[in-house]
Design a protein around this ligand. Structure first.
Ligand SMILES: O=C(NCCCOc1c(-c2ccc(O)c(O)c2)oc2cc(O)cc(O)c2c1=O)[C@@H]1CCCN1C(=O)/C=C/c1ccc(O)c(O)c1
Ligand SMILES: [Ca+2]
Length: 438
């Protein structure tokens, strides 16, 4: 079972300056399931098709705010909104449902001081009108929206801008009847990752290693000892929809625009036992860096000129076309998701490194990965911990009708195997596991 996070499925503001930026999805107009991605029936159809193949959907939930405070208009579902009079008839919300001068004490009601917890929670993030989640009516509307999504079959939620809401409000909100999965024996709480937090330093630290700013040998202790939260409580990722554009919490993370390092960092993440892993899936846009900032970091998804979102086209090698990056469809990445599933529950063993940027480790007796992040060639006999046999390298190829389409590795009776990885290779990694050995 894999978890797939999707863009907010609720009606959002139509932003035309700049022209349909990706972040217009993060300015709710109502909780109607009508966006550029489709209407409610299309959303239901997508969730049902995914559930049938055990891909569970996690919608991005934007419940801290509605649109920006200035202006008015109609949303992607045709609902009117007015950010001045705080009127959102599509829910409905009125001025009674938003934080105001009674609990936000900055003059203009906007957040200015990120070190003031009350301000960060009760005032407006970049002038987005801030919902009063302490109010029962507001909690009721949000609970109805979440229950509607649960009845459709989603498995959980990503809570957007969580730090801008009081933990107590979130717990109270989630403690309401949203718990029930709509008749399924499994309770929401088992799925709902309310306790799981996104670990932003993870991506930044791995970027430093695979950009060769911090030796890979230090990854021997990767995990809690790097000051990161308990493995079971954390969502880990190389990049996300925000920091892949170089702003928000991250900046400096690896993205699909640097495929070699990006694949290596993702392969390491998926092979390593730490955290609940999340793989990004993106689209391309023409970046335009002017003094370190991408002037085009607002550009939204590939579209058909009339601003309807372009369908994803699939190439013969299963990768995407038409401007979609679809990292999750890259062979090296989808094969490492399978690796992670095969080795689930095994500890990290047989760590090896050359004191620099060449590392290797096993996962119990089920999998083994060798990463050459150094310019020099790697040419070593290593202890894999695996049973004797011939294994397909899942980075350079697949295991198809009993054959390795890429390299194959022979492991001797003593668990030793010889690895040769040229530093100049596009994919200087070898990964093998017992899920597909001959
Ligand atoms: O320059 C911008 N924003 C200011 C810097 C980023 O601040 C934002 C943060 C943010 C970033 C880092 C933080 O540490 C933090 O406490 C908050 O979270 C958001 C969440 C939303 O649902 C909608 C938003 O417009 C934002 C946002 O503007 C551009 C123009 C407006 C949208 N936007 C953006 O850059 C939009 C960013 C965005 C949108 C959705 C997200 O889930 C997100 O994480 C960032
Ligand atoms: Ca808030």
């Amino acid at each position: 079972m894999s978890l797939t996070q999707i863009s907010p499925p609720n009606e959002n503001r139509v932003v035309t300056s700049p022209n349909r930026p990706w972040w217009e999805r993060y300015q709710p107009v109502s909780y109607k399931l009508e966006t550029r991605s489709g209407n409610e029936q299309q959303f239901r159809d997508m969730v049902e098709r995914c559930n049938k193949v055990h891909v569970r959907i996690f919608p991005d939930l934007v419940i801290n705010h509605m649109t920006g405070s200035g202006g008015s208009g109609t949303g992607t579902g045709g609902s009117h909104w007015d950010g001045n009079s705080l009127s959102y008839p599509g829910v409905p919300y009125s001025n009674l449902d938003f934080n105001d001068g009674s609990n936000c004490h900055t003059g203009d009601l906007n957040i200015h001081n990120y070190n003031n917890a009350e301000e960060v929670r009760n005032c407006r993030l970049v002038s987005l009108v801030d919902l009063n989640l302490g109010k029962d009516y507001v909690r009721g509307k949000i609970a109805d929206y979440m229950n509607h999504l649960i009845d459709i079959g989603v498995a959980g939620f990503r809570i957007d801008a969580a730090k801008h809401m009081w933990p107590g409000d979130l717990t109270a909100l989630l403690g309401r009847e949203v718990i029930d999965m709509g008749g399924e024996p499994i309770k929401m709480s088992e799925y709902f990752q309310s306790g799981r937090v996104t670990n932003f330093i993870y991506g930044i630290k791995l970027a430093q290693v695979f950009r060769k700013q911090n030796q890979a040998k230090f990854l021997k202790t990767w995990g809690e000892s790097w000051g990161m939260p308990n493995s079971n409580d954390v969502i880990v990722f190389i990049d996300n929809h925000d920091n892949q554009r170089g702003h928000g919490g991250g900046g400096g993370v690896l993205t699909h625009f640097e495929p070699k390092q990006y694949k290596m960092a993702t392969e390491f993440m998926l092979a390593h036992p730490y955290g609940w892993t999340r793989v990004m899936s993106s689209y391309n846009w023409d970046r335009n860096f002017q003094d370190g900032e991408d002037r085009n970091n607002w550009i939204g998804p590939p579209n058909n000129g009339d601003m309807s979102i372009k369908d994803v086209s699939i190439n013969s090698d299963m990768s995407c076309g038409g401007g979609w990056a679809c990292e999750h469809r890259w062979r090296q990445i989808y094969n490492m998701v399978a690796f992670r599933n095969v080795v689930h529950g095994t500890p990290l063993t047989h760590w090896w490194d050359n004191g620099n940027y060449q590392i290797a480790f096993a996962r119990g007796n089920k999998g083994f990965i060798v990463i050459n992040a150094e310019g020099n060639d790697l040419n070593s006999n290593l202890q894999t911990g695996l049973p004797q046999g011939t294994y397909c390298d899942v980075i350079s190829g697949n295991y198809e009708n009993g054959q390795c389409t890429g390299a194959s590795i022979h492991v001797g009776g003593d668990g030793q195997a010889h690895f040769q990885i040229s530093g100049g290779s596009e994919d200087p990694v070898i990964a093998i596991h017992i899920g597909n050995f001959k």
